[in-house]
Design a protein around this ligand. Structure first.
Ligand code: PEP
Ligand code: MG
Length: 539
């Protein structure tokens, strides 16, 4: 095999070598009816049998790998294949002229909505099962085979990856991401940093080449990918791997140390996490807290809203893992690149400027409430704080705080123990930055989302690979806002931190500490090197 090589934009340093898996999005083709209801009905019945076989295999696998209790989820879907209401609904739609695939999907959706409207939490949860089951039948009828993963670890290659896709991947088996699109502040890049895996975005790799290669290697130091590297290159890469491991070991000297500069400025070094399991990575990285839990990851890659109970369990888990350390939970930040299909949100011309973040919560209390109830219930198990994304006006913060107070009172009346939960603002719109003095009078803390603050201040789409040179996080306008935010926090006696990617930038960290930031939150794997920088800093 001849070696091929090319470049990409590195988003996490390190070297990975292994087999490549190419992820391609499934093209959804609109199924058309053959015009013969008897034929469509026969196709549907055959698809039900295929689904039954698939689910039986899945059930056996889940029983071995995850245990009886988790496998029961699959069993419920198998039972639903015999649900009379569903089967009769599909038959009626087919008799009316619908294509089998459309009848399966639409009837599934109707049943799911019926279950969701029932006043019974168990039945509500079944709505996701029936939706899942009908999507399976739909995919079988449309010939969508889905995404087959090999056993063991692999490097994942894709045109681009959306957060709702990455969330479904077996993270512990991914050695690297290599995408042709994406930017360094896209959520794939953020996930790569959380998982400590060398990754490239905007790479020149050809998907077909990756598909047919035996070995793929990624050098996240230089931003180079190699397809079927020759022996000399492999040796060079392995030497780099060993060097990186040595450098990581050397940082162990900073584990457990306080993060204080030589002049005595204390900085809290926290971790950004997505799902509850990442809290383990935060502890392994020696985080002094969680500065940002992106709670929307609990909403991605599924077919229905998580229940209050599910959210509560997730927050409780993080609170317990982190113990006394502070944990900042950001309420749902769906919208822009993080899309879900089940909230009934309309497609938007400008999603980054659309109904996203706190705007969804303030217009849909039924979505906001369970989050806040879950956070207050989980507050009894640790040291939780809450913050709101995409705040642009003081009234938004006041309205959210009022709901928090109402919910805490309600929970106490119901007999739940709760604790005080400091309420902060994610400063990520220029409006919030400019209004920092006013917001600081209402907030317990600020955490600056530099990824969005850069995008909105410079009017540059953070996802657009072509705008890289214009997405300048060192832009003087942005730094002026950053200084203004820190000053407003200090003037009003509240703390200010940074949870955007810029907080982990060693070129900027001392400057931020000088500005008055006392917390930096980043990928867990970045904490020890930042502590080294802080402890050796004169500022
Ligand atoms: C940010 O905008 O900087 C941020 C931390 O949030 P997200 O990247 O999830 O938008
Ligand atoms: Mg943001």
């Amino acid at each position: 095999m001849d070696m091929k090589q090319g470049i990409g934009l590195p988003v996490f340093p390190g070297v990975s070598i292994g087999p490549a898996v190419v992820y391609r999005k499934t093209e959804r083709v609109m199924p058309v009816s053959s015009g013969d209801p008897a034929l469509e009905q026969a196709k549907f019945e055959a698809a039900v049998e295929t689904a039954r076989q698939q689910l039986t295999e899945l059930y056996e696998k889940a029983k071995v790998e995850l245990g009886e209790e988790k496998a029961a989820i699959v069993e419920v879907q198998m039972l639903m294949l015999d649900d009379l209401d569903y089967l009769e609904g599909v038959a009626a739609a087919i008799a009316d002229g619908a294509a089998a695939a459309i009848a399966a999907l639409d009837t599934g959706e109707e049943c799911a909505q019926f279950f969701a409207s029932m006043d019974d939490e168990y039945m509500n949860a079944r709505s996701a099962d029936i939706r899942d089951m009908s999507h399976r039948i739909y995919d079988i009828l449309c010939g969508n085979t889905g995404f087959q993963l090999p056993e063991g670890s692999f490097l994942l290659v894709a045109e681009d990856l959306a957060p709702s896709e990455t969330i479904q991947l077996p993270r512990e088996r991914i050695l690297a991401f290599v995408t042709r699109q994406g930017s360094s502040s896209s959520h794939t890049a953020i996930l790569a940093r959380t998982l400590n895996i060398p990754s490239l975005v905007q790479s020149s790799i050809v998907l077909e080449d990756a598909e047919s290669c035996e070995v793929l290697a990624v050098d996240g130091f230089t931003g180079t990918w190699y397809i079927d590297p020759d022996e000399e290159t492999l040796q060079m890469l392995r030497a780099k791997q060993a060097e990186a491991a040595e450098a990581r070991n050397a940082l162990e000297a900073y584990r457990g140390k306080e993060s204080v500069t030589k002049s005595g400025k204390k900085v809290l070094l926290c971790a950004n996490i997505g799902c509850p399991e990442d809290a383990e990575a935060a502890i392994a990285g020696d985080a002094e807290g969680v500065g940002l839990m992106r709670s929307e990851f609990l909403y991605l890659g599924r077919d229905s809203l998580p229940t209050e109970e599910e959210l509560f369990e997730a927050y409780k888990k993080v609170a317990e893992i982190m113990g006394d350390r502070p944990v900042v939970i950001r309420t749902l930040d769906i919208g822009a690149d993080k899309q879900v299909s089940y909230m009934g949100l309309e497609a938007e011309e400008n999603p980054a400027l659309g109904l996203r973040g706190l705007r969804i919560c303030l217009t849909r209390e039924e979505i906001f409430r369970p989050q806040l109830r879950a956070i207050y219930r989980a507050s009894a198990y640790g040291n939780l704080c809450v913050m709101f994304p995409m705040v642009a006006s003081v009234w938004e913060l006041k309205a959210s705080k009022a709901l928090c107070a109402k919910i805490r009172k309600e929970l106490e009346d119901e007999g739940y123990p709760t604790k005080e939960v400091p309420i902060g603002v994610m400063v990520e719109t220029p409006a919030a930055a400019v209004l920092a003095q006013d917001l600081a009078k209402e907030a317990a803390f600020f955490s600056v989302g530099t990824n969005d603050l850069t995008q909105y201040t410079l009017a540059v789409d953070r996802q657009n690979a072509k705008l890289g040179q214009f997405y300048d996080p060192y832009h003087p306008a942005l730094l002026a806002l950053m200084a203004h935010i820190a000053k407003a926090a200090n003037d009003n006696g509240i703390w200010a931190g940074i949870c955007g990617e810029l907080g982990a930038d060693p070129k900027m960290q001392e400057k931020f500490i000088e500005m008055g930031y006392t917390e930096l939150s980043m990928a867990p794997g970045r904490i020890l090197e930042t502590r080294k920088l802080v402890c050796n800093s004169e500022v």
